[in-house]
Design a protein around this ligand. Structure first.
Ligand code: GLV
Ligand code: GLV
Length: 324
């Protein structure tokens, strides 16, 4: 059996595969970068299982390139907008992700961006490193407060809820919007109040995005949304770039429609809009949401476990689409 992994992953994942499937032939992409389409289509040939990264487009073409023996596409990520789930289902291929194990790390990173954007930490660091700091100033780099403010969470899944739990320590009021409302017990536990999207935008001091990328959430944040937000508001996105219309965000920052933004994801990764790089009020991280050693090991083991189950003819635990 051939298992194709598009780029090097933590050894824990390879070990899990070897321990469980001693006859498997494991092929790992040689370069630690996004695999080119050509290399991907060539590499998957004859694979029974593919472990894909979030930048690998796993569509019908890629599945057909693998061949009819392909049983599972296991994403090394919780988001799976790169997988054409309908095409997988049509071919009887399991598609899986790595939920749960990266929830807390991603929530931590969302908070990193909340704090950095609200308190202008990126600007301050750049100023200091440029040798331009002339000492403490009564009006220097004034940010907006976080403690006691209103946090609005757009997308209240596992990660959104983990972000909400942290808000308690900051004595914040938590509002949320999601296509699905939480049960009242969970709402009470999180002290979170369900509101419609317009109310979320209008009332929140910080808006943090935690929805998956779908046709419904693509460009959920455009200039119209930014104009509904407070001029002192901060927007944070750790979900997927295309949920925010980047050009509109740049305009909103330039014109002071909102106070600042913290981004971990971009519309055309790894490309970042040139004008965004010039926006001082944007804190920009290179898609680090789940990037801790513990979390990446856990993701590698989780993706491996999903492959092992599928190759043993069992139902993988983390199916986003499973066939029988
Ligand atoms: C990372 O973005 C993930 O979806 O796991
Ligand atoms: C991802 O795990 C989410 O449900 O937020």
């Amino acid at each position: 059996m051939k298992i194709f992994i598009t780029r090097p992953i933590p050894e824990a994942g390879i070990e899990s595969l070897k321990d469980a499937l001693d006859d498997a032939q494991i092929e790992v992409g040689r370069e630690d970068r996004v695999m080119s389409r050509e290399t991907l289509l060539e590499g998957v040939k004859g694979a029974d299982a593919i472990m894909s990264m979030l930048s690998d487009r796993m569509d019908g073409e890629a599945m057909d390139a693998a061949g009819p023996q392909l049983k599972v596409v296991a994403n090394f990520a919780v988001g799976y907008d790169n997988i054409d789930v309908a095409e997988a289902r049509r071919r009887g291929i399991h598609a899986t992700n790595t939920p749960g194990v990266l929830t807390e790390a991603t929530a931590d990173l969302a908070w990193t961006l909340i704090m950095c954007a609200a308190r202008r930490a990126g600007e301050g660091e750049r100023l200091l490193r440029a040798g331009a700091w002339e000492g403490w100033g009564p009006q220097q780099l004034l940010g907006v407060s976080v403690f006691g403010q209103i946090l609005g969470i757009f997308g209240m899944g596992r990660i959104g809820q983990a972000v909400a739990r942290r808000a308690r320590g900051f004595n914040m009021t938590v509002l949320y919007h999601d296509a699905n409302r939480l049960d009242s017990e969970t709402e009470t536990q999180l002290s979170a109040t369900f509101v419609d999207k317009d109310t979320l935008l209008a009332q929140s001091d910080i808006v943090s995005i935690h929805c998956p990328l779908t046709e419904q959430t693509r460009h959920a944040f455009t200039l119209a949304e930014f104009r509904r937000m407070k001029p002192t508001a901060v927007l944070v996105n750790t979900s997927r770039g295309p949920v925010v219309k980047e050009e509109d965000l740049i305009l909103a920052l330039k014109e002071g429609v909102i106070f600042g933004a913290g981004l971990d994801v971009y519309e055309r990764e790894p490309e970042v809009h040139k004008a965004l790089l010039r926006e001082e009020r944007a804190v920009l991280l290179p898609h680090l949401g789940s990037a801790t050693m513990e979390t990446r090991n856990a993701m590698a083991r989780t993706a491996a476990a999903n492959i092992v189950a599928a190759l043993r003819g069992e139902r993988p635990r983390d199916c986003v689409s499973c066939c029988a």
